[in-house]
Design a protein around this ligand. Structure first.
Ligand SMILES: [Zn+2]
Length: 172
């Protein structure tokens, strides 16, 4: 019998892996995201423990399916296009953090991420280093990578790099 994840994913290729929360608890449910705009199936699938199933901002699903398995909480399999994944990052945290709105850049992600990278760097420099582990500092390298990939036209890798930033953004 196919698992619920196999059923939800069908034979689609995973567009991106994200970890919006870092949590070591075991998965209790698999959350089925809203239908993809193309109608091909769920836009994303999230593995969640009972705590985060009840409390995870920004990831409203259609249904939670009971699931027991070795996966730990927090992993999201994203089946959307690179552009849709980038937009989702903007909606969930990037625009709030940097003030950079993709709508103002006509959907040119190279420019959006170039600007976001500048803002983040400025914010980090202004905050100064305290010698402590800083989420903002941890975001600088993956944000710079996202900027470079977008400049080279590789929006898939740009979205993947933003996924690393997203994990840190949650701790800001
Ligand atoms: Zn959890």
């Amino acid at each position: 019998m196919p698992s619920i994840v196999q059923k939800l994913s069908g034979r689609r290729a995973i567009g991106g892996l994200r970890m919006p929360v870092q949590c070591s608890l075991k998965t209790a449910v698999v959350r089925e995201g809203p239908a993809q705009s193309s109608g091909a199936g769920a836009a994303w699938i999230a593995y969640l423990c009972p705590v985060h199933a009840a409390d995870l901002d920004g990831w409203p699903g259609v249904t939670d399916h009971p699931e027991t398995g070795p996966m730990s909480c927090g992993t999201v399999l994203d089946y959307r296009s690179p552009e849709e994944q980038l937009q989702s990052h903007a909606d969930l945290w990037l625009t709030r953090l940097t003030g950079v709105d993709p709508a103002a850049y006509d959907g040119v992600w190279a420019e959006v991420l170039d600007q976001a990278d500048r803002v983040l760097l400025t914010r980090f420099e202004e905050a100064g280093t305290t010698g402590e582990d800083s989420p903002l500092q941890n975001m600088l390298a993956p944000m710079d990578m996202a900027r470079q990939y977008a400049a080279e036209g590789d929006l898939g890798m740009a979205a993947t790099s933003l996924g690393y930033c997203e994990t840190f953004a949650r701790n800001l």
